[in-house]
Ligand binder design. Sequence first.
Ligand SMILES: Nc1ncnc2c1ncn2[C@@H]1O[C@H](COP(=O)(O)OP(=O)(O)OP(=O)(O)O)[C@@H](O)[C@H]1O
Ligand SMILES: [Mg+2]
Length: 394
Amino acid sequence: LASSDFIFTNKEHLSPRYIPEVLPCRETHLDKLMKIFARGLSKPEDARMRVVQMIGPVGSGKTCTSIVFGNQAQRSALQNSNELAVSYINLKLHGDSRVILYRRLAQALSPEAHSSSLSADELLEQTILSMRARRRFGLIMLDEVDYFLRRTKDAEIFYDLTRLDEVIQPGSVNPILGVIMMARSTAFRDSLDRAELSTLGRTTITFEAYKKVQIEKILLQRAKDSFRPGAVNDDVIEMISDITSKSPINGDIRYALDLLLFSGEVASAQGRKSVTPDDVRQVMSVSYPSVTSEDVENLTVKGKVTLLSLVRALKMSSKPYVKLSDIAKASKLACEEFGVPPIDNLDEQLDDLSARGIVDVKSLTQIGISGVPAQQLTLFLEALMHRLETVKQR
Ligand SMILES: Nc1ncnc2c1ncn2[C@@H]1O[C@H](COP(=O)(O)OP(=O)(O)OP(=O)(O)O)[C@@H](O)[C@H]1O
Ligand SMILES: [Mg+2]
């Protein structure tokens, strides 16, 4: 280690990937879920399958609430001597095809049924049969449903999964207690036809964007887990919460966590004992609200290099949009720089970035990131790239 750190104890606890056991301000959402699944968890044989939609804006705690609920549900099932398996699938990361999806489902719910030679339909059927034979029950969580539908326009999996109760032989048990679907808005319903819509059910849990006091509460809890006592004062927490609750961030808790982490790193790098509001201001001047570090971490290497090439091309051109050929030039250099193979499907990479809401593709000659000063974004992304590189080497 280079020098002693006066700021952090557990920096990892500020990562948006870290999910605390206790989620302040999401107690009522967890209660609702518990009530919906109460019967399933105690008397699973007699319960009908529940389909729940969890809808809320970016960074409002949908994903972490579903994960924490999954853990609670498993404990509750166990208390009633029922075995519960939870399959959480992020369709943004693993939604390539039905067969890949059902393979993941089988792996989580019934590893015994897993076989690489089965078709999608067979996999689903085998999973159900094998769970039933072992008297094991399951919960399915599908995250980023809206992204998936925008990208694939294929609603078959929702149809398959939400209709399980009907297709299963009358009189025999459906071991799937429920399907929880997460999306940023209800707009995804527009791409479903009537039959698919009717299987979705009406149970919706709404996640409101976090407000200032809620963000403060969450940050205080996270700061206690990750900073030395006294390293972050209340005024810093309040400042970050204030900024995060307002436009253009509108309550995205990831931005708040990023600000807190990066501000801490600034103070730590200077060998100071505490974070100041000035550190926060400095971080803000080089960060861009709508691309969080989690967005970038979730990208493939090709995706990251494509994004970096785009911002570099934007920076060179001093216009808000660049051509695909400009990005191709920048990408050739970037690939050499990072020692990765040349990217041969830049247009697909850009389409994906666009589906993720990071990049704005108007046409092949007009590609940009709407409303972002390219100068600032480059600094932010390069810092981020650098961080990712160092993480990989460790
Ligand atoms: N109530 C909370 N208490 C503590 N940490 C939280 C809370 N809500 C969110 N977080 C933290 O913020 C991270 C991001 O939240 P989460 O992924 O659940 O948001 P989301 O609503 O799923 O956003 P998106 O729509 O972008 O997927 C979580 O992994 C967790 O670390
Ligand atoms: Mg999420």
